[in-house]
Design a protein around this ligand. Structure first.
Ligand code: ZN
Length: 174
């Protein structure tokens, strides 16, 4: 055995760390559409035999394969943006009424991001850390479909879910 072929422990450890940092975590999430209530919700629970909405109607389902880790990375990023906005907003003392309603909107957004993160962790069945690279370096790797006015990223999974169901009627069409 030649020495040049043996890998040092340090190199081995570095390679393992790199592999772990790049590890995808594939899983499924499901979009649910109630044709009676015209509601859309997502869940991590797969139900091959279908399920009923709380109104008693059988819901339409779309199972989506995705990289849960990518979704978690986007959600963590969004949460830091929201926290930054909340902090910034608390500095605006003069426009109290506006800042109060903005605060409420931001808190609601934060709750919905946190709820999504929780569902993703449940779908993964374990705590999945976000990708460690800086977001700028990850942009090509992540399924980012849109960035909204606040700077929050919308992943492909959460982008216009109503378009996944051709039975969906927008309130305008009803
Ligand atoms: Zn319903």
């Amino acid at each position: 055995m030649s020495d040049s072929k043996s890998i040092s422990l340090d190199q081995f450890r570095k390679r393992k760390e790199k592999e772990a940092a790049e590890q995808y975590h594939f899983g499924k999430m499901v979009w649910l559409h109630c044709p009676k209530c015209e509601t859309l919700e997502y869940t991590e629970i797969i139900s091959p035999n279908g399920r009923l909405h709380n109104c008693g109607t059988l819901v339409n389902e779309q199972e989506i394969d995705l990289d849960l880790r990518a979704e978690i990375t986007i959600t963590e990023y969004n949460l830091t943006i929201i926290d930054g906005l909340l902090k910034k907003n608390s500095g605006f003392k003069l426009v109290k009424i506006i800042s109060k309603s903005l605060d409420k909107a931001l808190i609601a957004l934060k709750a919905s991001e946190e709820a999504y993160r929780e569902r993703l962790q449940l779908a993964a069945g374990t705590v999945v850390p976000p990708y460690p690279e800086k977001i700028e370096l990850l942009k090509d790797k992540l399924p980012i479909k849109d960035t909204n006015k606040l700077g929050l990223m919308v992943s492909e999974f959460r982008f216009e879910p109503e378009k996944r169901f051709n039975q969906f009627k927008s309130p305008r069409d009803k």
